[in-house]
Ligand binder design. Structure first.
Ligand code: MRU
Length: 331
């Protein structure tokens, strides 16, 4: 295989390495994800995460497996198992459906990687044009280079606006319960030198009330045909708060995140994770062991709450989405 390299994924020609995102920001540890079973475990414990990246990483793992001599039946079984590793981000299914029918799995995985880089550039170009000099920007979860093969979705847009010289200030939601914002987005923002402030999720409404935020930019794990979309739990609440305060709200996603087979958000499967993630974090626990806890990993934001969706192919208003533009743009 040809070597490739991104912030969270590396292939040296023989072995696929993934940056263990559970250890950030304290340690940069690279783990071997060449074996599909190992990759499934890495995806499920969020060592590798973010909708586009799990598709790209699963494809690279499967290609490495094929390159090392997997039989057709071993390949098919691994492809099906990877496809089912997490249920909400449709990018994983999109990538595995491409890999399933691929004549040359190595070339296909490489193409999926390179395409994701290009899709990020498209989103950055269209999204950065919305951002005005001096804006405060609020974001949720991690949607940057760690979540994609390229510069990211929402965070890629923010990065491009910063590179264009716009004076922006980012507010990063810590993103309960697994702290992708607090651990990962802050790590990326620091590396890029973008002025930023970390907040807990429950502080966002105050920031919006006080006029500190002029725009909310988030990623997505699946966009339904009508523009409803799934993203990290907490996104729906942000959309409601943004609407109340009259602040523009934009999901940012590549076409690999659009699922025309879901007519509305009601058809998007939502991953429920271990309740222990709500009772504590790592070795720390703050709740009684037996207290019931609810842990949906994603929520659905209805299209009515969007100002516009930033796709790699352009920016589409809520009204355009509701009149079926996605079927024309992505069909
Ligand atoms: O559970 P995660 O960390 O994989 O969730 C990630 C998100 O919700 C992101 O916002 C989404 O994948 C889009 S980012 C490119």
């Amino acid at each position: 295989m040809n070597p490739f390299n991104s912030l969270g994924l590396r292939h040296d020609g023989r072995t696929l390495w993934v940056l263990d995102q559970t250890q950030l920001p304290d340690a940069e540890v690279w783990l071997d994800g060449s074996d599909p079973d190992a990759m499934i475990a890495l995806i499920q414990r969020l060592a590798v995460r973010g909708a586009p990246l799990i598709g790209v990483a699963a494809a690279a793992s499967l290609a490495t497996f094929a390159h090392r001599g997997a039989s057709a039946s071993e390949y098919a079984a691994a492809c099906a198992a990877l496809r089912a590793a997490r249920p909400t981000a449709v990018n994983l299914m999109w990538a595995m459906d491409r890999m399933k029918g691929a004549a040359d799995p190595v070339r296909e995985a490489q193409a999926i990687f390179e395409e994701d880089v290009r899709l990020c550039e498209g989103m950055a170009q269209h999204g950065a044009a919305l951002i005005q000099d001096g804006e405060g920007l609020l974001t949720h979860c991690n949607t940057g280079g760690l979540a994609t093969a390229g510069i990211g979705t929402a965070l890629g847009v923010i990065r491009r606006a910063h590179e264009q010289g716009k004076r922006i200030h980012v507010y990063a939601d810590e993103t309960r319960p697994l702290l992708q914002g607090g651990r990962l987005t802050t790590w990326e923002l620091e590396k890029m030198g973008i002025p930023a402030t970390l907040i807990t999720d429950s502080m966002a409404a105050l920031l919006l009330r006080d006029g500190k935020v002029q725009r909310v930019l988030v990623g997505s794990d699946r966009v339904a045909a009508n523009g409803d979309f799934a993203n990290k739990v907490g996104t729906y609440g942000l959309a409601v708060q943004a609407r109340f305060h009259g602040v523009p709200f934009h999901p940012v996603a590549p076409i690999s995140t659009v699922d025309l087979a879901c007519p509305t958000g009601a058809a998007i499967p939502i991953e429920e994770r271990d309740p222990a993630e709500v009772r504590g974090y790592g070795q720390l626990r703050w709740a009684p062991l037996a207290i019931p806890a609810w842990n949906p990993s994603f929520d659905i934001t209805p299209v009515d709450l969007l100002t516009s969706l930033v796709l790699d192919r352009g920016v589409f208003s809520a009204a355009e989405l509701q009149s079926g533009v996605l079927a024309k743009v992505c069909g």
